[in-house]
Design a protein around this ligand. Structure first.
Ligand code: NAD
Length: 281
């Protein structure tokens, strides 16, 4: 039977420390979130972020812009926040409406305020094995979970399924920087199960329920499930067939309660870290 990797517990501890540190600051860290359009899921995510920031004593500003916002208007808003000394961290909620070039928008954010670590300067630093200002939220949460449960990636074969800029790519690079031997799989990978069977650490970041089945993993594997999907009954679930895989695993994250809580906690930590970099260095 696997040990459960409890993201709620770990994130609670991190957030408690964070709120203690923020309590004593006369000037509070400030996170600005830009949301363009009316996407209901984005609104829910932004509200969760705002609530968590409030809980921890972080100031949050939400810039709600209409769907018809032009690319230039959005770039101007980012420029304004880049130049605002009261704002320490900037997050542009994705996805953006299709008429806007997401890459150009993310590149406009000052790398020193890039709380999601999407700017090529920060991503490039991870890729070259150098420290970015802050690490991307979900990969950072995953690495912290491995640390907390004393699972050093060094020398292990880490298999990452998914190659997005948000999760798959950066987490693979961060594991490489931690001296794991890393394989990245994606939608065009021919022999997924053959590769996942050799994983000591398996990270699935796809968004497809029951993608990872028991016959795709070896005994003792550490499983990190990033996926967020819905069962036929509408319940939240990951990419991994949890009840099938769990008996073979040594450690496994549940969904919900695994990686998810770590992501929002990393966002708060990143805001605080950027504040410290801007005011104390
Ligand atoms: P994405 O759609 O950008 O990327 C998905 C990746 O999966 C792609 O690289 C694709 O090549 C790969 N893929 C698709 N089908 C595949 C298959 N059959 N076999 C192997 N690889 C396949 O998604 P993303 O933004 O990286 O998110 C992935 C999942 O993680 C989603 O469910 C998302 O909701 C979830 N997510 C969760 C958190 C969290 O905090 N828990 C954070 C970010 C994303």
């Amino acid at each position: 039977m696997a040990q459960l990797i409890d993201g709620r517990l770990v994130s609670k501890k991190i957030c408690e420390n964070l709120s203690d540190e923020i309590l004593f600051l006369s000037k509070k860290p400030c996170l600005a979130v830009i949301i363009v359009g009316e996407d209901p899921a984005s609104r829910i995510y932004v509200n969760l972020k705002r609530k968590k920031a409030q809980e921890l004593g972080i100031k949050s500003i939400v810039e709600q812009m209409p769907t018809a916002t032009s690319q230039q208007e959005l770039l101007n808003k980012i420029e304004q926040l880049n130049n605002d000394n009261e704002v320490n961290a900037i997050l542009v909620q994705l996805p953006l409406p299709s008429h806007i070039d997401t890459k150009a928008v993310l590149e406009k954010i000052n790398p020193l305020k890039d709380v999601d670590c999407f700017h090529p300067y920060n991503m490039g630093r991870i890729a070259t094995g150098t420290k970015p200002y802050v690490y991307p939220c979900t990969p950072k949460g995953i690495i912290r979970l491995l640390e907390y449960y004393n699972i050093p990636p060094q020398g292990k074969h880490a298999v990452v399924i998914g190659r997005s800029n948000i999760v798959g790519r950066p987490v693979a690079q961060m594991l490489l920087n931690e001296n794991a031997t890393v394989t990245i799989c994606h939608s065009k990978t021919a022999n997924l199960a053959e590769i996942t069977k050799t994983a000591d650490i398996l990270i699935s970041a796809v968004g497809q329920k029951n993608l990872v089945k028991p016959d795709m993993v070896k005994e003792g594997v550490v499983v990190i499930d990033v996926g967020m999907n819905r069962t036929d009954e509408g319940k939240l679930c990951g990419d991994v067939d949890f009840y099938g895989v769990e008996p073979k695993a040594s450690f496994i994250t549940p969904v919900p309660g695994g990686v998810g809580p770590m992501t929002i906690c990393s966002l708060m930590q990143n805001t605080f870290d950027l504040y410290n970099i801007q005011y104390n260095s």
